[in-house]
Design a protein around this ligand. Structure first.
Ligand SMILES: C[S@@+](CC[C@H](N)C(=O)[O-])C[C@H]1O[C@@H](n2cnc3c(N)ncnc32)[C@H](O)[C@@H]1O
Length: 357
């Protein structure tokens, strides 16, 4: 599948979301007379036709999600059948019209609705923070499998200490925290909007006690020092910016106009941030600690060669996994030797310290 096709699919697919019009205020009351008296099913058909005429991708899915959201449901199919045929109120019609006009501006459905599900968690979404993609759920599932199967990644307090680099909305961190009740996470991102949204989602999900959220650019020198208070990490997880710079122009208008380019653009070979994460990992990981990365299908080979050229990092590419489209997209990299270069007296001791909220 072409890059834009894959990204568009990701923008509109998913397990659904919950909504309603809470907190949504219409400032300009303009009843749309031709639509008065229409039912939800008729509205979906109407907006599907409008979207198709205007070349909006996933026209039916978009209109179904918008209509369902205004009626307080996650998906159109989950609406009570009586609501499919009942005429909508003028206020509901107005809400649907306003939300649909944003879709006509190519705003992704997730931003229009303001929330999206990831691994069964309902997360707040807000532009320009990266919208979690369904393939990232596969990365999370792989990490969970490894933690469950391999005792060496489990921390001394019964659960692993995990660093997520580039947390965005916090989707990966919160999935791990909610499914690993003993785990603690340090989530970093260089984007201010991402840091704020992760804080909001921590409160929303009541997971703030086991996560520390820090603004940090991992490409800056000496950044390992920020992690000294927590000691060595069991796991590092990241869905970093990995799009090759020359591919950025091929991304769908939904992505180019609304998502932060810094969340996507990985530089000439998509490796600019990845190589910094690997260098940082060599300072931070425990012996036999693991890194799990989501990457471009060209990266397993590029990263494998890069690691061979950097034996000083003591990191080995131990496994590559394919996504649901069969492309090699996920990497498991493991520390193969003692901790690299980090001044050992800088660590506070063998007990992993508390992760403050
Ligand atoms: C592809 S998004 C992933 C977001 C989230 N983890 C997810 O999967 O939905 C990459 C994230 O990395 C952040 N990022 C980019 N460069 C970074 C850097 N140098 N240091 C820290 N975070 C960075 C971006 O702000 C963005 O939130």
């Amino acid at each position: 599948m072409k890059l834009w096709g894959r990204m568009l699919w990701a923008l509109l697919s998913g397990s659904g979301k919950r909504g309603g019009t809470r907190g949504w205020a219409s400032s300009s009351w303009r009843p749309h007379l031709p639509l008065a008296g229409l039912s939800a099913t008729e509205l979906v058909s109407h907006w599907t036709a409008v979207f198709e005429k205007r070349g909006i991708p996933e026209a039916r899915e978009s209109s179904e999600y918008i209509v369902a959201h205004v009626l307080g449901a996650k998906t159109f199919q989950s609406l009570r059948p009586v609501l499919w045929t009942q005429p909508l109120t003028p206020w509901q019609l107005q809400c649907i019209e306003e939300l649909s006009s944003r879709r006509l501006q190519r705003m992704p459905v997730q931003y229009i609705l303001g929330e999206w599900d990831f691994q069964g968690l309902s997360l707040k979404m807000a532009p320009p923070v990266f919208i979690p993609r369904p393939e990232t759920e596969e990365l999370v599932e792989w990490v969970l499998e490894e933690v469950t199967q391999r005792s060496h990644v489990v921390g001394a307090q019964g659960g692993p200490l995990i660093l997520e680099v580039g947390c965005g909305s916090g989707a990966i961190s919160f999935s791990l925290l909610s499914q690993l009740p003993q785990s603690r996470v340090i989530a970093v991102d260089k984007g201010e909007a991402a840091i704020c949204l992760t804080h909001e989602n921590a409160q929303r999900l009541q997971l703030q006690d086991r996560i520390r959220i820090m603004p940090l650019d991992v490409t800056l020198e000496g950044n390992w020092a920020h992690f000294v208070p927590w000691g060595p990490m069991d796991l590092i997880v990241s869905n970093p910016p990995y799009v090759f710079h020359q591919d950025m122009e091929q991304l769908a208008p939904e992505i180019r106009s609304y998502e932060d380019p810094a969340a996507l653009d990985g530089g000439e070979e998509g490796m600019d941030v990845i190589t910094h994460i690997l260098a940082l990992a060599s300072w931070l990981l425990k012996d036999s600690g693991s890194i799990f990365l989501e990457v471009d299908p060209r990266h397993p080979e590029l990263i494998g060669s890069w690691l061979q050229s950097r034996p000083d990092l003591s990191l080995d590419l131990v496994a590559v996994r394919r996504d649901f489209c069969g492309r090699p997209r996920f990497l498991h990299i493991q520390r193969s030797g003692p901790q690299h270069g980090c001044p050992t007296d800088a660590w506070p001791g063998p007990q992993p310290p508390r992760v403050p909220g």
